[in-house]
Design a protein around this ligand. Structure first.
Ligand code: CU
Length: 252
């Protein structure tokens, strides 16, 4: 049971009025107080300064970029953890996702996805999003950049200089190769999926984790920029029960 000591301790501190915020950017990081309401499980996640933490209904991030906050595993859901065994997963992140859930359409998040351009590189290289999500393309380089994609419904957002941004909303699922007409070496991939249940693999150990999956039987799929057509058709069934922590090995 991971409704951990940290949770209990934090609850006790909050109810005793002893919670002291040190600012999360301080050297001694202190967990923010958990959301009120029982049955939540504390998990770490990354988030953006000043915004609500993804997956957490009450925690707001501090002024630090990419600070950590507590995300919460929603009650009655399960977690899928695992690794992707494929040689390319050691070089490029892959996206593991629940393909689709019949009869279910998910509202896109109000929070935009983000791709930055610095040092003639798109960051991140791979961005998985839920269909309908708007992505903000930044330019934090001292040179002009362009953003276009030859994939799917195609887009060309034009050229712009440092400090400006452009938005694009992805209305159809699929993998969009993201290029810059001014710098042929620049590439990124936006992977638009039909459920919010997706994760990116780590280059270090090829692991991934998908949280807050409602109970059910699903098909897990894998996208990778170097995977061949046949490999992209790979799928593996996974069954989730409330509170489950399911471990899988995927070999596309
Ligand atoms: Cu460019």
């Amino acid at each position: 049971m991971r409704v951990s000591i940290r949770f209990i301790l934090a609850s006790a501190l909050v109810s005793a009025g002893l919670w002291v915020s040190t600012g999360w950017g301080d050297e001694q990081k202190t967990d923010p107080p958990p959301c009120p309401g029982a049955g939540y499980q504390a998990e770490r996640c990354e988030c953006t300064a000043g915004e609500k933490c993804e997956g957490c209904p009450c925690a707001t991030c501090s002024s630090d970029e990419n600070c950590e906050c507590i995300a919460l595993l929603r009650e009655g859901t399960g977690k899928i953890r695992g690794v992707v065994k494929n040689r390319w997963a050691k070089r490029y992140p892959m996206v593991v996702y629940i393909d689709r859930i019949d009869g279910k359409v998910f509202a896109p998040p109000s929070k935009k996805g983000s791709i930055d351009q610095t040092k003639l590189t798109f960051t991140p290289r791979v961005l998985p999003i839920l269909v309908g999500t708007t992505v903000e393309f930044k330019n934090n380089d001292s040179v002009t950049h362009n953003v276009f994609s030859p994939s799917g419904e195609k887009y060309d957002l034009g050229n712009w200089d440092e400090g400006q941004t452009r938005d694009h909303t992805f209305e159809k699922p699929g993998a969009y190769t993201q290029l810059c007409k001014l710098h042929a070496e620049m590439v990124a991939y936006i992977v638009v999926v039909e459920t919010p249940y997706f994760a990116k693999t780590s280059i270090d150990d090829q692991s991934f984790e998908i949280r807050n999956v409602p109970p059910g039987k699903y098909q897990l799929r894998v996208w990778g920029e170097r995977l061949k057509k046949k490999q992209l058709k790979f799928s593996q069934e996974v069954k989730i029960a409330a509170g489950a922590d399911v471990k899988v090995t995927l070999k596309p």
